[in-house]
Ligand binder design. Structure first.
Ligand SMILES: NC(=O)c1ccc[n+]([C@@H]2O[C@H](COP(=O)([O-])OP(=O)(O)OC[C@H]3O[C@@H](n4cnc5c(N)ncnc54)[C@H](OP(=O)(O)O)[C@@H]3O)[C@@H](O)[C@H]2O)c1
Length: 326
C-alpha cells in the first residue's frame, strides 16, 4: 500500500498530536512540516522523524511530494494557510474552526471548488465511535422524540495572552475553541436552530471567556449549550427524549462511554472506547475520500461546516464577540 504523503502547517500541540497519530498509521506518512521559524520546523521534524523542514507555512504546499496538507495554525491563519494550499491545488484538512467567520469559510470553500480538490474541516468529533452509537440509539427511537439537548465544554485555560485562548487576534475565546463542539453536536442531532439567543462574559480585550447559547430547532426540540475558559465543567452531553435520555460521558466530544437512562436510572451502557489518540478516524476519512476521488467528505460536508460557521456568526453578533481583522 502506498502511504498518503502529508504536509503539516504549524508545530504546536495539535500538529504534534496529528504527527504522532499519522506515524502510527500504516497508510500515512508525514513528509514535510512548515513553521514561521526554520529552527522550530527542524526541531519538530527531528522529533517526529519528518524528512523535510520548511521555514515558512507556504513552502509546504509548494512541495511536489505532498499529497494533502493538514493546517494546524492558530484560528486567524486558517484562511490564509488554506487558500495558499488550494491555490497550489493541494487537498486540505483544516483544523476547526474552518475560519473566523462564515464569509471567510465560504471564500475557502469556493477556492476548493475552483481548484477541484478535497477540503474538510478537522472536526474529529464527527468521526468518533460514540457518535455512531448515539445516532443508532436516537434513530431507533430508544428515547422517543428528542426534546432537549444539553452540552457543556470548559476547562480553566492558560490565561497567558501570548497563548491562543485569550488572544483576540488569534481568534481566541471559548466559542471557537470549545463551544464549537456543543454547537456542532446540536447541529448534527437537531439541525440548524430556527431561533436562538446567546450571552457571553467578555474579557476587557473582548474575548468570550464564557458563553451560553439557547436554541429552538425545527422539531420543537431545544438546545442549551455552554463553553468556558474558566470553569472545570462537566463536559457531558445529554439528549433527552420523551421516553428516556442518552448521556454522553465526559469528555463528550471523544467520549468512551454512552449510557441509556430511563426514569433517572441507567438501563444500558455502551463502551465506545478505542486504543489510539482518536484522531486516526478523521485521518482515515481523508484517505478514503482521496482514494475515492471525492472533493468533500460525505460525513463532514462543507455545507455543514458553513452552516455551523453561520450559526456561530449569529451567536457572536448577539453576544458582542468580534475578532480583529476578520
Ligand atoms: N481537534 C482538536 O482536538 C483540537 C484541539 C486543540 C486545538 N485545535 C485547533 O488546532 C489549531 C491549533 O491549536 P494548537 O493547540 O496546536 O495551538 P498552538 O499549540 O498554539 O499552535 C499553533 C501553531 O500556529 C502557528 N502560529 C502562527 N502564528 C502564531 C502566533 N502568533 N502565536 C502562536 N502560534 C502561531 C505556530 O506554528 P509555527 O510557530 O510553527 O509557525 C503554532 O505552532 C487551532 O485552530 C485549534 O482550534 C484542535
Amino acid at each position: 500500500m502506498t502511504p498518503v504523503r502529508w504536509g503539516i502547517i504549524g508545530t504546536g500541540g495539535m500538529a504534534a498530536k496529528m504527527a504522532t497519530t499519522m506515524r502510527a498509521l500504516p497508510d500515512a506518512e508525514v513528509v514535510a512540516v512548515g513553521s514561521r521559524s526554520i529552527e522550530t520546523a527542524r526541531f519538530f521534524a527531528e522529533a517526529h522523524e519528518i524528512a523535510h523542514a520548511e521555514g515558512s507555512h507556504d513552502a509546504v504546499s509548494g512541495r511536489d511530494d505532498v499529497d494533502v496538507v493538514y493546517v494546524a495554525s492558530t484560528n486567524d491563519l486558517h484562511r490564509v494557510n488554506t487558500l495558499s494550499c488550494l491555490e497550489a491545488a493541494k487537498p486540505v484538512l483544516c483544523e476547526k474552526p474552518l475560519a473566523l467567520s462564515a464569509s471567510q469559510a465560504a471564500e475557502m470553500v469556493d477556492a476548493a471548488a475552483r481548484a477541484g480538490v478535497f477540503f474538510m474541516e478537522a472536526m474529529w468529533m464527527r468521526f468518533q465511535p460514540f457518535l455512531d452509537t448515539v445516532d443508532e440509539l436516537v434513530g431507533s427511537g430508544s428515547i422517543g422524540e428528542v426534546r432537549l439537548f444539553q452540552a457543556t465544554f470548559g476547562f480553566p485555560a492558560n490565561p497567558d495572552p501570548a497563548r491562543r485562548w485569550f488572544n483576540p487576534g488569534m481568534g481566541g475565546g471559548s466559542l471557537l475553541d470549545l463551544g464549537i463542539y456543543p454547537v456542532t453536536l446540536a447541529y448534527h442531532l437537531l439541525g440548524p436552530p430556527v431561533s436562538y439567543s446567546s450571552e457571553a462574559d467578555l474579557t476587557p480585550d473582548g474575548v468570550d471567556r464564557q458563553l451560553s447559547v439557547s436554541g429552538l430547532h425545527a422539531s420543537g426540540a431545544m438546545s442549551t449549550l455552554t463553553s468556558s475558559l474558566l470553569g472545570d465543567a462537566a463536559n457531558e452531553a445529554i439528549i433527552s427524549g420523551d421516553k428516556g435520555r442518552i448521556r454522553i460521558h465526559s469528555p463528550f466530544h471523544h467520549s468512551h462511554r454512552v449510557t441509556l437512562e430511563r426514569e433517572g436510572a441507567p438501563v444500558a451502557a455502551y463502551d465506545t472506547a478505542y486504543e489510539g489518540t482518536g484522531l486516526e478516524f478523521e485521518i482515515e476519512e481523508v484517505h478514503r475520500c482521496l482514494a475515492a476521488g471525492l472533493s468533500e467528505s460525505p460525513r463532514m460536508p462543507l455545507e455543514d461546516s458553513l452552516a455551523i460557521m453561520r450559526w456561530m456568526d449569529g451567536i457572536r453578533g448577539e453576544a458582542g464577540i468580534v475578532y480583529p481583522g476578520e
